[in-house]
Design a protein. Structure first.
Length: 265
């Protein structure tokens, strides 16, 4: 069990709530980790064990809608699976795309979900270690790696190359970080550059493609993402519609990633 908190009071309240829920349901957590949510990325740290056997392995496997994912609590701030994206992963499997482009792919959870629905996938992330964990997620689900590409590269460099080659995709995942440093020290700021990213993604989108636009930036909400997408559509002289995944019962309103699906016409 992983609890995320912004201050000590929130942590203690969540732990008390977890205890009450376990008493009511009869469920017993074997281990509980707590993760502080700082204002600045530089203050991020790995989750800390607050209950359970400290000698137990820090890695495990979880199952979501029949898909297996590896989680690792000792590798850094993120354990490997963002549960606030589970309805979007379910929607992706329902779409059953033939070709998926997963940018800022992290541990490739969207890629594994799409591959199980029959897609060939291209997963792009700057981190080779994250992509290695993505390959592990494929193997956990007995998915062959043949037909799937894992590119340790800057998304902003990869998208133009894919367009020049004439590659296109009927599902594209855009879930960039709020801030980062790319190739050659290039700075990324999602508030300033989400429009450019959308424009580049539309350049490799097949007719009728689905594009997921997602952010954890607290200054961008769903309406902001839709405005950026509408402007990108207008620039590309394309039409489209929007779809929102169902709200999550375990996430308060406004918490978790802000997401919207753009469906090209």
């Amino acid at each position: 069990m992983l609890i995320s908190f912004k201050d000590d009071a929130a942590r203690d309240g969540a732990l008390a709530g977890l205890h009450d829920w376990e008493v009511r349901t009869g469920f017993q957590s074997t281990r509980v980790f707590a993760r502080f949510l700082p204002r600045q990325n530089a203050e991020r740290g790995a989750p800390m064990l607050v209950a359970g056997d400290p000698a137990a392995p820090l890695s495990s496997v979880v199952t979501e809608a029949g898909v297996r994912y590896g989680v690792h609590f000792g590798t850094g701030y993120s354990s490997g699976l963002f549960v606030d994206q589970r309805e979007n992963r379910a929607h992706l499997r329902g779409i059953a795309p033939k070709r998926l482009l997963n940018t800022f792919a992290y541990t490739c959870s969207f890629s594994a979900a799409a591959a199980l629905a029959g897609a060939t996938t291209v997963s792009v992330d700057l981190s080779k270690k994250s992509l290695d964990r993505g390959r592990e997620n494929f193997l956990l689900n007995r998915l062959p790696l043949d037909g799937h590409r894992f590119l340790a590269d800057d998304v902003l460099d990869v998208l133009p190359r894919l367009e020049r080659r004439g590659e296109n995709f009927d599902a594209i995942i855009l879930d960039p970080p709020t801030f980062s440093l790319g190739n050659r020290g290039r700075r990324w700021n999602v508030e300033e550059q989400i429009g450019d990213l959308l424009h580049a993604a539309i350049g490799v989108a097949a007719p009728g493609a689905w594009i997921l636009v997602s952010t954890n930036c607290t200054r961008l909400d769903r309406a902001s993402l839709e405005r950026a997408a509408r402007f990108a559509l207008k620039t590309a002289r394309l039409g489209g519609s929007f779809f929102h995944a169902p709200p999550l019962p375990d996430f308060p309103h406004g918490e978790g990633a802000q997401t919207v699906w753009l469906h090209l016409k």
